[in-house]
Design a protein around this ligand. Structure first.
Ligand code: ADP
Ligand code: GLC
Length: 489
């Protein structure tokens, strides 16, 4: 069946501007609009976290006391409705006991103990709500393990429900490192029959995995860069899922994320102290000065490179490499600014280093969106030394801000960053391959050396600032994929 307007139910555990811990929220905040610009009818669903409540967003009730089975219980919760800036409906699934908490998934000490209940509720509620309000979606596009039960429900509990029978599901893996694993004894909480507890279903090395459910029961799987789609089929990057991903490889597609330049452009950014563009770079210098002062760094750094990093503090992000070589890097007479939130151990390690290097290294532990923008604008070099990186958005933001990325050649970092060649003047950053502190140091050294050559540096900045990673192309790929899932389309 070929349809003119595809109806898409877009379910994600975090969505900008409502709730965010990382890049998934950026994607879920901008891809629906890009799909809508291409003609799709997209509606977004996410849990009603405290973070959203505190923003005081105006909502109306879309469904009152929706009945949602959870194991042997029936829970009731309201569904609230608001719109995105461009008018797409957004549904918040409310349950005070499950979502009115300080964080989305857990604290720096660990995950919330009842995440299975929390996200089972979300998945089941989203489908039941769609049925209640008669949103007969063609595609449900699910993101990460928190939504992995949705494809499973469509293929099991709702297999014979005529309301859902024409719908297909797409499951996007943003990060294979988060697998939603729970003891197998807890399967009844999801209301799935024990017959699904097998290696071709939700069972995963003796437990259950909601990520695996998303992979096994969806009609198509995507991940957020072509390189990562290949990497996750290997034991080095698959984190135990490589076998099933290889088995499902004909359903697996790598589609590079895009950038929302409405939010991330130095010309229009409302968070930066001075706007700028490639033609008028003075604002970048002013942004640098502002950042140096804000982070209590030495003003002599105005003539030296300032390195920036904005990151979830997790083992994925390569901070262990950085910590090992901090003394050597700072001996190159440069500035380093780190903004991050996450694992307590990593927080302590970088805090300790910053204390030793006051004046040259500034850190902020916390989630601070405006500061993230000011670092993008104020830094000269942007570090993304990740052990693995499904796509990575910050390196693409950095390019637009003329802040030259130094990245490890993995996942989307490898797909988006091309090493600069001073001979040809081509390339947009610096890239290293082996996950070693020494190679990271040598690559930073190369960048710092080139920084002294103003003409070459400006060419490099310009190459990045001119690059276009906007969503249009990727959104088209998603639409093509959606359409390919309908027979005869
Ligand atoms: P990931 O999703 O793995 O965290 P991405 O590069 O895709 O990595 O996206 C990270 C997003 O989160 C970017 O928008 C980045 O600016 C933002 N971010 C990460 N840590 C912080 C923080 N501590 N404060 C503000 N923004 C942050
Ligand atoms: C994940 C990945 C990151 C990616 C983001 C958005 O959190 O770690 O690489 O850019 O999702 O897809």
């Amino acid at each position: 069946m070929v349809k003119d307007t595809l109806k898409v139910l877009f379910l994600a555990p975090e969505v900008v501007p409502f709730a965010k811990t990382g890049g998934l929220a950026d994607v879920a905040g901008s891809l629906p609009s890009a799909l809508h610009r291409l003609g799709a009818d997209v509606r977004i669903g996410l849990p009603y976290y405290r973070m959203i409540k505190e923003k005081g967003i105006a909502t109306r009730i879309a469904s009152e006391r929706l009945e949602v089975p959870l194991g042997h219980l029936i829970l009731r919760g309201d569904v609230l409705e608001t719109e995105t800036e461009d008018g797409l409906p957004v549904y918040f699934f409310e349950r005070e006991d499950l979502f009115d908490r300080p964080n989305l998934y857990g604290t720096p000490e660990g995950d919330y103990y009842d995440n299975l209940e929390r996200f089972t509720y979300f998945c089941r509620a989203a489908l039941l709500f769609a049925r209640e309000v008669d949103f007969d979606f063609d595609v449900v596009h699910c993101h990460d393990w928190q939504t992995g039960l949705v494809p499973a429900y469509l293929k099991t509990l709702y297999k014979t429900d005529s309301f859902f029978s024409a719908a297909v599901s797409v499951f996007t893996i943003h990060n294979i490192g988060y697998q939603g694993i729970f003891p197998r004894e807890r399967l009844p909480t999801c209301s799935l029959p024990s017959s699904e507890l097998h290696p071709g279903g939700i069972e995963y090395w003796g437990n259950i995995s909601l990520l695996k459910a998303g992979i096994m029961y969806s009609d198509a799987i995507t991940t957020v860069s072509p390189k990562y789609s290949r990497e996750i089929q290997t034991s080095e990057y698959g984190m135990g899922m490589e076998g099933i991903l290889h088995h499902r490889r004909t359903f697996l597609h790598g589609i590079l994320n895009g950038v929302d330049y409405g939010l991330w452009s130095p010309q229009t950014d409302t968070h930066v102290p001075a706007n700028y563009s490639l033609e008028k770079l003075a604002g970048k210098k002013r942004s640098k000065e502002f950042l140096i002062k804000e982070m209590n760094l030495d003003l002599t750094l105005m003539n030296r490179p300032v390195l920036g990093m904005i990151s979830r503090l997790s083992a994925q992000k390569g901070l262990d490499l950085l910590v090992q070589i901090l003394d050597e890097i700072l001996a190159l007479d440069l500035g380093l600014v780190v903004l991050g939130l996450g694992d307590e151990e990593i927080q302590e390690a970088i805090q300790e280093a910053a204390d030793r290097h006051s004046g040259h290294m500034g850190i902020k532990i916390g989630f601070d969106e405006p500061l993230a923008h000011r670092i993008m604008a104020g830094a000269d070099i942007f570090l993304v030394p990740s052990q693995y990186e499904p796509c990575g958005l910050t390196q693409m933001y950095a390019l637009r801000y003329g802040t030259v990325p130094v990245v490890r050649a993995t996942g989307g970092l490898d797909d988006t960053i091309v090493p600069f060649d001073p001979e040809t003047g081509e390339g947009n950053g610096f890239k290293f391959e082996p996950y070693e502190a020494k190679t990271l140091f040598e690559t930073i050294q190369q960048a710092v050396k080139l920084f002294n050559d103003y003409r070459a540096w400006k060419t490099l900045m310009a190459n990045g600032m001119k690059a276009d990673f906007s969503w249009d192309r990727s959104a088209k790929s998603y639409l093509e994929l959606y359409r390919s899932l309908f027979k005869g389309a």
